[in-house]
Design a protein around this ligand. Structure first.
Ligand code: SAH
Length: 468
């Protein structure tokens, strides 16, 4: 990040704008939203600037930008639409030590003006360091659409009422009160009855919140499916839970982009278990979540994929039950589902397989035994979790029970993530294919499933280009 975003207090401060044409007007429109003293320096000025001058909203001096203008200015805009004049303004500003923005010249500028979404007093500032103005405009449009126009009014009311709400204990009580205000009854009441209605309901809601706060709610643990990695594959419920959680306890496989969705004040604990090694014992994880919940926290226990698929969820649920701690479960997209989507194939198909086996190649005792004869039958499809290191074992067992060496095998590593890779092979070549691919991320191995033709072409192209 080369440009550090800050919000500058311009109340009563001087801002000097060099230029009297359209370029200057565009910046002035933004500056006029502030409480700055705006001085326009230009030998000639367009009608709009003259009008603003007459209305007393800015002061226009009909002369060129000079040294003393820079000395007294907090910010300087070089907006003359003439490169030589702009360079002169910049030189004067630099000499006076003022911050200067040369319009449309990132390199010459000591600061840049972001695109903004204005819901005063709420301002969303968007910057791309000049890399992608189109993107900035899109993000602005999305935020314009997403943030209701009532937001500014609600925020201004909230600012006035802050001291009253301080009667609530800090933490959850206050947070819930404000969340409900902004997301629920605030906008509804404002639309229905305007500001007076909000004021009345505010007092009522605050009284109720004070009573609630006096008898605090007990904590709870929510087992949350974090999905395969792509944050867009999170459920809305999972998102909401992450926003609310006081403590987030997550597995190693949960993607960092998803953890970003937690509140900034939330305590985040990784209880990673690397394949083979184990940093945290299950008993310690159970004890940790119980302890936080007993202290009144909402604990989001984030697990990759779906929490109930190879997630040892029962052990945690039983521990919570035994401790008398409330527990909820939010399902997630399991990796096999994401991997199947990536190769464009249905997990079940009439006449081929009416059932799908979700299996792991490991259990506590080592390699896991299965009904191999069943899995070796023609048309059988299985999604193997944690199978990369067991490839030779899987191959041996299946061949021994009569599966053909030509049975297709598809491997999806990092399904739905930026580094997703897909491979196709056969049962005969499985161990070699896995060794050659040097898989280091989580992967699902589909036994008996080949990718859709178009996905197959992508995979081959990637292989030729050396991506996979
Ligand atoms: N509860 C998880 C599975 C946890 S076991 C779920 O429902 O997906 C861990 C295994 O999940 C990994 O060894 C791997 O087989 C699989 N896995 C997790 N994330 C994955 C991803 N993004 N792509 C492919 N496989 C993944």
């Amino acid at each position: 990040m080369r440009h550090f975003p800050i919000f500058l207090d311009l109340r009563g401060q001087r801002v000097a704008v060099a230029g009297g044409g359209e370029t200057a007007v565009a910046k002035l429109r933004l500056l006029l939203k502030t409480e700055a003293k705006i001085i326009v320096l230009a030998a000639d000025a367009c009608a709009q600037i003259r009008r603003w001058h007459d209305e007393g909203r800015l002061v226009w001096h009909a002369r060129a930008f000079a040294h003393e203008d820079a000395i007294h200015a907090r910010l300087v805009y070089a907006a003359t639409a003439n490169a030589r004049d702009d360079a002169h303004v910049k030189a004067l500003a630099d000499a006076a030590g003022a911050l200067v923005n040369v319009v449309d010249d990132l390199e010459a500028s000591s600061y840049i003006t972001p695109a903004i979404v204005d819901r005063d007093p709420v301002t969303v500032a968007i910057g791309t360091e000049g890399a992608a103005p189109v993107l900035a405009r899109r993000i602005k449009a999305e935020n314009e659409a997403r943030l209701p126009s009532t937001l500014g009014t609600l925020a201004a009311l909230a600012r006035d009422r802050r001291p009253d709400v301080e009667a609530l204990p800090p933490g959850r009580a206050r947070r819930t009160f404000w969340t409900d205000y902004f997301d629920d009854w605030g906008p509804k009441t404002l639309t229905a009855g305007g500001e007076p209605a909000v004021a009345a309901v505010f007092a009522e809601k605050l009284a109720i919140a004070r009573i609630d706060a006096a008898s605090p709610r007990p904590g709870k643990v929510v087992l949350v499916g974090a999905g395969p990695g792509d944050p867009e594959l999170l459920t809305l419920k999972a998102r909401r839970c992450l926003h609310e959680a006081d403590v987030v306890v997550h597995d190693r496989l949960v993607a960092p982009e998803i953890l970003e969705l937690a509140r900034r004040e939330a305590v985040i604990v990784e209880v990673g278990k690397t394949p083979g090694g184990s940093a945290w014992r299950q008993g310690d994880i159970n004890a940790l979540v119980v302890e936080h919940a007993r202290a009144g926290a909402v604990v989001a226990r984030l697990k990759a994929g779906d929490p109930l698929v190879f997630g040892r969820a029962d052990e945690e649920i039983e521990a919570l039950d035994a401790a008398g701690v409330a527990c909820e479960i939010i399902p997630g997209v399991t990796s096999a589902a994401a991997a199947a989507a990536s190769v464009g194939r249905s997990l079940t198909r009439r006449q081929r397989n009416q059932a799908i086996t979700l299996m792991t190649a490991h259990d506590v005792a080592g390699f896991a035994e299965h009904d191999w004869r069943h899995l070796a039958r023609p048309g059988a499809v299985a999604a193997v979790y944690m199978g990369v290191r067991a490839a030779r074992f899987l191959q041996g067992r299946l061949l021994l029970h009569g599966a053909p060496a030509s049975r297709p095998v598809t491997i999806v590593e990092n399904a739905s993530r930026a580094h997703e890779r897909r491979f196709t092979t056969t049962l005969a070549a499985l161990p070699n294919a896995i060794a050659a691919a040097q898989i280091s991320g989580p992967a699902v191995i589909f036994l008996g499933l080949e990718p859709r033709a178009s996905a197959q072409r992508d995979i081959e192209r990637a292989r030729r280009l050396g991506w996979a």
